[in-house]
Design a protein around this ligand. Structure first.
Ligand SMILES: Cc1ncc(COP(=O)(O)O)c(C=O)c1O
Length: 375
């Protein structure tokens, strides 16, 4: 987490705390040592190359969702590491390249499996299965929602589906802080697929768990150990948000302040386009400088023309003024990767902080913007 002393020279800026990344990696190494599972970083959360390089020694590979992600992961892994692909979006014309880049592919549908498994390749083929167990009240995040596009319903699987299949992939939750959904999911897999499990080589349990927030990993360790022993099977997990979210802050600067209908409006040199889930999913990012009992409130807004470009209303100990720093914390996952330059506002610079030392890793300039829109 960014501390007040870690204010970068430029603004807005994403700051990645290397020690927080190391802590997440250490937690996964512990889980891996205790349970014998294999750990992949799901790069969709933040595919920043320096981050992939820091994590590479601590993981068994990467989990990817597309050809581009597969190429990126492939440029980082060593020959002993794995690249697992799972997506509803495999394209015919990408098949050959994906087969070369990935070690494991989980097909999302019976049709995908039938079309793509005709190709001879060394890829270990799997099926994404959908246990149809919903753990989220909001169906936008629920892979098990009615008419889900994600995976074959576990109840509909037939013997034929397992021809040439060596593994299963399952992913059912988002930002979960307790392990019950995973336990229920595996109970269901064992109940429905007991006959098939002994013939498989691996199960990928997906991501979606904030493993660092779970006080006791013992039930997970016991579960993995039991499955490995019972079915002589490799177990993979592929967290994304768990690894990066807490490690990243977005530091912004107030560039204007005024009153509108009785409320203080603080315009930032950033926008919700640097954290689009604020708008898409009504997320309320935490602000380091805010205090919920503070006397002074301000609406923190972005610089774009969109009326709804609003981070939210926050309380502060002092009035917010031009030049103040506003730091959104715990914003590593699904922020920068979804960011855009709407209205021509640049992406934030990217810094690392390591034991108090700030280092600028990346800056985008007008040429990058022009390149995107040039013919
Ligand atoms: C198949 C799969 N694996 C892993 C992940 C990573 O999830 P998270 O970042 O919530 O850990 C996702 C996220 O959408 C996913 O769809």
């Amino acid at each position: 987490m960014v501390e007040k002393a870690h204010i970068p020279a430029t603004s807005p800026a994403f700051i990645i705390d290397k020690q927080a990344i190391q802590q997440a990696a250490d937690n996964l190494v512990y889980l891996r040592q205790q349970s014998g599972c294999r750990v992949l970083y799901s790069i969709k959360a933040l595919p920043f190359v320096p981050l992939l390089k820091w994590l590479q020694p601590y993981v068994d590979g990467f989990s990817v969702s597309s050809l581009f992600e597969a190429k990126l992961a492939h440029s980082i892994v060593n020959s002993a590491q794995s690249i697992h692909l799972a997506t509803p979006g495999i394209r015919q014309d990408e098949q050959i390249e994906l087969n070369e880049l990935c070690t494991h592919i989980s097909f999302n549908s019976r049709n995908q499996k039938n079309v793509f498994s005709k190709n001879r390749s060394d890829v270990s083929k799997g099926l994404r299965v959908n246990p149809k167990l919903s753990f989220s009240k909001d169906e936008r995040f629920d892979p098990c929602r009615l008419h889900s596009k994600l995976g074959l319903s576990i109840k509909d699987l037939i013997l034929n589906d397992f021809n040439e299949i060596e593994g299963l992939q399952v992913h059912t939750v988002f930002s979960q802080q307790d392990l019950n959904p995973l336990i229920k999911t595996l109970d269901s897999i064992e109940a429905y697929l007991a006959d098939f499990l002994p013939q498989l080589k691996w199960i990928n349990l997906g991501g979606g768990y904030l493993l660092q927030e779970i006080n006791d990993l013992k039930p997970l360790i016991e579960l993995i150990v039991r499955l490995r022993k019972k079915y002589q099977i490799e177990i993979y997990i592929e967290p994304g948000k768990d690894i990066v979210n807490k490690a990243v802050s977005l530091v912004t600067t107030v560039i204007d302040c005024f009153e509108s209908d009785g409320k203080v409006i603080a315009v930032l040199d950033s926008s919700i386009n640097h954290n689009p889930e604020v708008f898409e999913f009504q997320r309320v990012p935490e602000v380091l400088e805010a205090n919920e009992n503070g006397e002074f409130s301000a609406l923190l807004v972005g610089s774009t023309c969109l009326a709804g470009d609003i981070f939210g209303e926050y309380q502060f100990n002092q009035t917010v003024k031009v030049g103040d720093k506003i730091s959104f914390i715990n914003v590593g996952a699904y922020t920068l990767v979804k960011a855009n330059r709407f209205n021509g506002y640049n992406f934030p610079d990217i810094y690392s902080v390591d034991k108090g030392e700030l280092k600028c890793l990346k800056q985008y300039d007008f040429e990058n913007y022009r390149q995107q829109w040039d013919d």
